[in-house]
Write a protein that binds this ligand. Structure first.
Ligand code: FE
Length: 132
């Protein structure tokens, strides 16, 4: 990972599209089956929509049926960080970008056998980079 990115809320608000800002900086959630990437199967990498860090890879993406892009693992263990989240009356584990601290989604212990993990990520927090 390259150096940490820290920007003021005003800077993020200016730089990011409204929906990207709402999800990544305000911990928003897009509606299921509404995002750009939940059904995507093309080979490539999924970068942080706020800072460009590579977060997930198509090889770890699977169809969870949830309507959100789902991955069994991050591109690199250091790419994402986890935080306890007790909002909305639930106990969940939030997943953020290690580099810029953007909210990405949550990780649940009901993933496929290899890792048993389901990284449930908002499309709005990702930018897909097709493999050459
Ligand atoms: Fe980031």
């Amino acid at each position: 990972m390259k150096g940490k990115i820290e920007k003021s809320d005003a800077q993020w608000r200016k730089e990011l599209a409204p929906e990207v800002y709402r999800v990544t900086r305000e911990k928003g959630t897009e509606f299921a089956f509404s995002g750009r990437y939940w059904a995507s199967k093309e080979p490539g990498a999924y970068l942080c929509a706020a800072c460009g860090e590579e977060l997930f890879r198509s090889g770890d993406k699977y169809d969870s049926g949830s309507g959100w892009p789902s991955f069994s693992a991050p591109a690199d263990a250091a790419a994402v960080a986890e935080k306890p989240d007790q909002s909305h009356g639930m106990i969940r584990t939030e997943v953020v970008c290690s580099r810029c601290d953007s909210h990405l989604g949550h990780v649940f212990p009901d993933g496929p056998p290899e890792t048993g993990l389901r990284y449930c990520i908002n499309s709005a927090a990702l930018d897909f980079q097709e493999q050459d």
